[in-house]
Design a protein around this ligand. Structure first.
Ligand SMILES: Cc1ncc(COP(=O)(O)O)c(C=O)c1O
Length: 444
């Protein structure tokens, strides 16, 4: 099925009905949306959370559940776009944050907090000899790119269509006018040959290749091992740096995806769960590169940031990494996610629905097309009305995930929660059996 597939009347009607039910069920969220519009464009400050006719406003969360302004309870499978891996009220995280507040909201100096968190990060992830901390994954990626340009003395940065490295580093639709004005070259994800054809003529000007081991916002498309290691080899040969963005994938397995894929980047970025639900970004890697941030270095690179060592993130992050999301827990959640994704795909196949779930471990994406999905441009082709229908129907069953299809597990999800998601998926796909027959007929 593709975007060229004419949408069916059945689908249009089903979506209209689901949206009308949604509007009827959520008057408080709608009123809040209208109020917020007075001071925020489209009532929001996070583009990724917005959807029409108006988005839900959540009032509170506990463990794996959320309650909206109209009092509905949802199982949260959006999990704060993966950073909510601890759920909404993990006791270890809450205790550390209370302790941090008790010791003073800021300390205007170096603290033991940043040293402890940095040590835990370097112990856990073999890609890091040394790290710097930031307030977001976006900032970490910008700093990694700046670093690569300075240490190589080159200007061009290779990124991938379908990639996402932060708000002003968005390549999901290709180049974006809102991006930082670096001199980008665009590779094709999972296509080494096409990428090398694009970048080889510029080899001497390329500072870095920046890549996600799994295209995250681009649809949870796993990177092919030969593709990724081929890029690594190219960087080694041509004197460019490999920057691996593990902002999402650091949660997979005990030490992120690089060791599993045979990668060891020159620089790596992380964020999300590393801050224990508080804002964070991390960039770091080879000691010889990171030493440029030593103020005693003759060619030192400055990297300041008022909140880089904020006491809440330092304490919450350390608790998250060492007490909750331990290496064993990371292996458990990764295996659980792989099983869950396979289960959903089996349901879709049995129901004969053009729906496929991609991903790695505990982060996955529901697509409204049949698999396999290997390339970013396939995602742009999928049936958006069907995606919306699934989203509103899941909401009506008390299950919340990202409208683009992202589903992220967190440590509070129980087997009962996963069963409920899978049963709901089956119920919705079974209900719309006539639609699958119609769409199949159109595609034939
Ligand atoms: C792979 C990747 N890199 C970078 C970012 C940006 O992180 P942040 O939202 O903390 O700026 C994200 C956020 O979703 C991401 O998924």
């Amino acid at each position: 099925m593709s975007a060229q597939t004419p949408t069916s009347e059945y689908l249009r009607n089903a979506l209209a009905e689901a949206e009308a039910d949604y509007v009827r069920a959520n008057p408080e969220s709608e009123a809040q949306f209208r109020k917020a519009e007075h001071s925020l464009p489209a009532g929001n400050t996070r583009s990724s959370l917005f959807y029409g006719p108006f988005p839900l406003t959540m009032a509170r969360g506990e463990e794996a559940s959320l309650w909206d302004l109209d009092g509905h309870k949802y199982l949260n499978f959006l999990s704060e776009f993966t950073s909510g891996i601890f759920g909404h009220s993990h006791p270890h995280i809450v205790a550390e944050m209370r302790a941090a507040i008790g010791d003073g909201l800021n300390l205007s100096s170096h603290t033991t907090g940043e040293a402890n968190l940095a040590a835990a990060i370097c112990d856990r992830f073999e890609c890091f000899d040394k790290v710097r901390l930031t307030n977001s994954g976006t900032e970490a990626n910008i700093m990694a790119m700046v670093t690569a340009r300075v240490v190589t003395g080159r200007d061009k940065i290779v990124v991938f269509k379908g990639g996402y490295h932060g708000g002003p580093l968005t390549f999901v639709g290709g180049a974006s006018v809102g991006n930082v004005p670096f001199d980008f070259l665009y590779g094709r994800y999972n296509d080494l040959e096409a990428t090398l054809t694009t970048i080889n003529p510029h080899a001497e000007d390329i500072a870095a290749i920046v890549i996600e081991p799994v295209l995250g916002a681009g649809g949870c498309i796993p990177g092919d091992r030969a593709f990724l290691t081929g890029l690594q080899q190219w960087c080694h040969t041509k004197g460019a740096l490999l920057i691996v963005d593990e902002v999402q994938t650091a949660r997979h397995h005990a030490g992120g995806l690089q060791p599993v894929l045979g990668l060891k980047a020159d620089l790596t970025t992380m964020g999300k769960f590393i801050g224990g639900c508080m804002p964070i970004g991390v960039f770091g890697g080879r000691a010889d590169i990171m030493m440029r941030f030593d103020p005693r270095h003759p060619n030192t690179l400055a990297h300041a940031g008022t909140f880089n060592n904020n006491v809440m993130t330092m304490r919450a992050g350390l608790a998250g990494l060492t007490q909750v999301y331990t290496p064993d827990e990371a292996e458990r959640l990764t295996a659980l996610g792989d099983d869950f994704r396979n289960r959903l795909n089996t349901i879709a196949e049995v129901c004969g629905a053009p729906v496929h779930v991609t991903g790695v471990g505990s982060i996955m994406n529901i697509h409204t097309q049949s698999g396999p999905i290997t390339f970013a441009e396939q995602v742009a082709q999928e049936n958006k009305e069907l995606k919306d229908l699934l989203f509103f129907e899941f909401l009506a069953h008390g299950i919340y995930y990202a409208k683009r299809g992202l589903v992220a597990l967190n440590v509070c999800h129980t087997q009962v929660d996963l069963d409920r998601f899978a049963d709901t998926f089956k119920r919705i796909l079974t209900k719309h059996a006539p639609l699958w027959r119609e769409l199949e007929g159109q595609a034939a």
